[in-house]
Design a protein around this ligand. Structure first.
Ligand code: GCO
Length: 454
């Protein structure tokens, strides 16, 4: 018996510019905050950098050929702002030309390109002007969006403004584990708001440029579990849920920031001060789809002292904490819990009436080895099988889900973890750049071919 997906379901794989491209100084590319961050000792495991990553900037034809061999019809990639505008403002035609060639090559191979405009790699020149806590960046991002859309909009229909503003703002400016590596919780909230403003202004520009494009944003969600069902645990879970899952979602839906959330964060005194008249209207641009990233749930507990700071990387949260994941973990230590994925999708379906969902990322890191030319990544095959079944269940129960993008096409630069965590369905030998299809790639290709789970 096959569990079939709806006709026209969009199957794809996803990557991000800094994680795969390499060639960080080629063709006039300017430094991004990730170049600066990785250049600092001790910030990234093994002091790894984005060079050469998967050398995709030079090997993109080979990678597109792999996509076509796999028969996966959609490909989600991101554009590096610092290639297109090395100083954040001035166009570098050679950088833009790379994405032009990439789009053409994808289309020649029958693969539909899906563009993400921002996947965390801010031009360093704009960090020098304060980075995302500076609200001027919203307008500059809209100018950049217009430039890329002008170049690619005749061939690209699916546009995502920003990937995971949560990580860009809260991990980059809050706990400092990601670039630019700052630790300022109040500024992190402002960065989050300005990223949303950037999304809204870019969405306006994309539509104003005309064409038939679909506009989306991609958010990462972590459904929250508790071990005990009492008022204190429910309140701990609520705090986590509102900051992690609703800070970015509710304003998009035209509901502004939830009042409980504003109260949770009021002691930092920065978020409400950053919201100017008209901002919430700009943020609430109509969306054609919502991109959903899901990897793992979180588990919340109350702290005895309601004023005590949380250890979890969520700026401003007090009186609660997260507890260790359990059960089967991935090599990153993330809990595997597909039923939380179904719960999330059904919750989103109810919370965002009329807004179709696309899974923009889902996948898992495990330790993989090439043995006799094969990578038998049974853990990853099982992860995909279970999580695709979870998506299927949500669809059966009424969620409007239009597509699924596996994270990731290639093993790649996993941010602060460097090259130690492999998420690809294609194995990459970072010494030789040799690509080997893992068993998970063959499994996924089969799912795509039959539009269903065996
Ligand atoms: C993400 C990131 C990816 C990560 C993946 C695994 O959007 O979170 O897009 O870049 O590699 O999530 O951590």
């Amino acid at each position: 018996m096959t569990r079939s997906f709806p006709a026209g379901f969009r199957w794809g794989t996803a990557t991000a510019a800094y994680q795969i491209e390499g060639s960080t100084t080629a063709d006039g590319r300017g430094p991004s905050i990730w170049d600066t961050f990785t250049a600092r000792t001790g910030r990234v495991l093994d002091d790894a950098t984005g060079d050469p990553a998967c050398d995709h900037y030079r090997r993109y034809r080979e990678d597109v050929a792999l996509l076509s061999e796999l028969g996966v019809p959609y490909y989600r990639f991101s554009v590096a702002w610092s290639r297109v505008m090395p100083d954040g403002r001035t166009i570098e035609p050679r950088g833009l030309a790379f994405y032009d060639r990439l789009v053409d090559t994808l289309l020649e191979h029958g693969v539909t390109p899906m563009v993400t405009l921002y996947h965390w790699d801010l031009p360093e020149a704009l960090q020098a002007e304060g980075g995302w806590p500076n609200r001027d960046l919203a307008g500059l991002f809209a100018d950049y969006a217009a430039t890329v859309h002008k170049a690619l909009g005749d061939r690209v229909r699916q546009w995502t403004t920003i990937n995971e503003p949560f990580c860009a703002a809260f991990i980059g400016y809050g706990n400092g584990d990601h670039a630019p590596g700052l630790r300022d919780e109040g500024a992190a909230l402002v960065a989050g708001h300005n990223l949303m403003l950037a999304h809204g202004q870019a969405a306006q520009v994309l539509r104003a440029n005309g064409g038939e494009q679909e506009v989306s944003i991609v958010l990462n969600f972590a459904p929250v579990l508790t071990d005990v069902d009492d008022a204190a645990h429910r309140e701990a879970a609520r705090k986590f849920d509102f900051l992690h899952n609703r800070f970015f979602l509710d304003p998009l839906l035209g509901r502004g920031y939830p009042p409980e959330l504003l109260a949770d964060l009021a002691h930092l005194g920065t978020l409400e001060a950053a919201i100017a008249d008209g901002d919430l209207e700009i943020i609430a641009q109509p969306l054609d789809v919502l991109g959903v990233n899901y990897y793992a749930p979180a588990r919340a507990v109350p702290l005895d002292d309601p004023e005590a700071d949380s250890n979890c990387p969520l700026p401003g949260l007090r009186g609660m904490d997260v507890t260790p994941p359990r059960g089967d973990l991935t090599s990153l230590g993330w809990e595997q819990r597909p039923e939380s994925f179904t719960d999330l999708l059904l919750w989103l379906h109810g919370h965002c009436p009329g807004l179709p969902l696309v899974i923009a990322e889902n996948g898992a890191a495990f330790v993989d080895e090439v043995v006799d030319g094969r990578v038998r990544d049974t853990d990853r095959v099982r992860y995909f099988a279970e999580h695709l079944a979870a998506v299927h269940t949500a669809i059966e129960r009424g969620a409007d889900i239009r597509g699924y993008m596996a994270w990731s096409l290639l093993d790649n630069f996993e941010w602060a973890m460097g090259y130690t965590q492999r998420f690809g369905i294609v194995h990459v030998d970072f010494e030789t750049q040799e690509r080997v299809l893992k068993d998970s790639a063959l499994f996924y290709a089969d799912v795509v071919a039959r539009n269903g789970l065996p």
